[in-house]
Design a protein around this ligand. Structure first.
Ligand code: UDP
Length: 243
């Protein structure tokens, strides 16, 4: 019998921070290659109907909120620069994936037709059905939002079953593990836990969108080898929110 999987369609969120690793130049090619290899390893298992979409962040290059106000830069303009940063990451990740034979399409939330396809929901779904990895870039296309919110939004739009949030920590802790050595890693959480205890999973807009649409979120450590494939295959990894 064919191998099976908990999910059929997943939305992997890769933050800019995750892409940067400890590289001094914004993107660590070892990390993009590691991500590509892990995605390849699961999509090549021959699991029928296992589809992977990706939302990339841009914080490794430009984060609108931290630049707004500098040199007269208003928040909206800063956020447009931030969204452009996600396109750079998307193209890098696409090139890496295609270099090892994974068919991909990049779709941007605002038009850059010479560079990538515009976001067209039905077309994105068609690509997924054909076994292509779809990378969503430029966030939601709107300032004042984040790529976590874009991940929740695209997940809901394309009827993906889960947001897999790749981070640099093992999951959600009850306190900051960098300051408190006794901080405990939490296995499961409700959306309400996240919102009321202000746990740093995703921003509130993203959490609320997931809650309203019953989208579980798995927060896991991308720097540990094998974790992306585990998360995609629905194995227990990191912290499960909702679900
Ligand atoms: N951004 C935006 N609207 C969106 C998504 C992103 O304006 O829908 C901008 C915002 O300035 C943000 C930057 O793009 O700081 C990079 O995205 P984000 O900070 O979410 O990336 P990550 O933290 O995942 O690296």
């Amino acid at each position: 019998s064919k191998p099976s999987c908990k999910w059929q369609r997943v939305l992997l969120k890769v933050s800019g921070e995750a892409l940067a690793g400890d590289h001094t130049q914004n993107i660590d090619p070892k990390i993009t290659m590691a991500i590509a290899r892990e995605v390849a390893s699961v999509t090549r298992l021959g699991i029928e109907m296992l589809q992977v979409a990706i939302v990339v962040g841009g914080g490794n290059i430009f984060r609108g909120s931290s630049w707004a106000g500098s040199g007269g830069l208003d928040r909206s303009s800063a956020d447009y620069i931030g969204m452009l940063a996600t396109v750079m990451n998307a193209i890098f990740l696409q090139a890496t994936m295609e270099s090892i034979g994974i068919p991909t399409r990049v779709q941007t939330a605002f038009r850059m037709s010479e560079v990538a396809e515009p976001y067209i929901r039905r077309r994105a779904i068609r690509h997924l059905e054909k076994g292509r990895v779809v990378i969503f870039a430029a966030g939601t296309g709107n300032p004042f939002f984040t790529t976590d919110t874009a991940a929740a939004l695209r997940c809901a739009e394309i009827n993906a079953e889960v947001v897999l949030k790749a981070t640099n920590v093992d999951g959600v802790f009850d306190d900051d593990p960098r300051r408190n050595p006794n901080a405990r890693l939490l296995d499961t959480l409700t959306y309400q836990d996240v919102l009321s205890r202000d746990l740093s999973v995703m921003d509130m807009t993203a959490v609320t969108l997931c809650q309203e649409n019953n989208i579980p979120v798995v927060v896991f450590n991308v720097t540990k080898s094998g974790n992306i494939s585990r998360a995609i295959l629905g194995e227990r990894v990191g912290t499960l929110v909702g679900g």
